[in-house]
Write a protein that binds this ligand. Structure first.
Ligand SMILES: [Ca+2]
Ligand SMILES: [Ca+2]
Length: 82
């Protein structure tokens, strides 16, 4: 029961690209590797970095990531991207 609850927390967390339940330097590294200019399609494999779902991985998406960034010790807040 508790294992299911833990999985529920991790799945769907905005910007937690490696799905470890934390938004930290590893997720930031993934995003910065995918960062492009506005209106340029995200590179193959970089689709998760398109946090606002408009096809690119730009500074708008980074703004969402920044609101979610909490460091190594805290689990991501599922509502942080709203
Ligand atoms: Ca993560
Ligand atoms: Ca985007």
């Amino acid at each position: 029961m508790s294992a299911d609850a833990a999985i529920e927390v991790i799945v769907g967390a905005p910007a937690d690209f490696d799905l470890d339940g934390y938004l930290n330097a590893k997720d930031l590294a993934f995003f910065t590797a995918c960062l492009t200019s506005a209106n340029i399609d995200a590179a193959p494999g970089c689709e998760p970095a398109d946090l606002d779902d408009d096809g690119d991985a730009d500074l708008d998406d980074f703004g969402i990531l920044q609101r979610c960034l909490r460091g190594m010790e805290l689990q991501v807040d599922l509502a942080c991207g709203n």
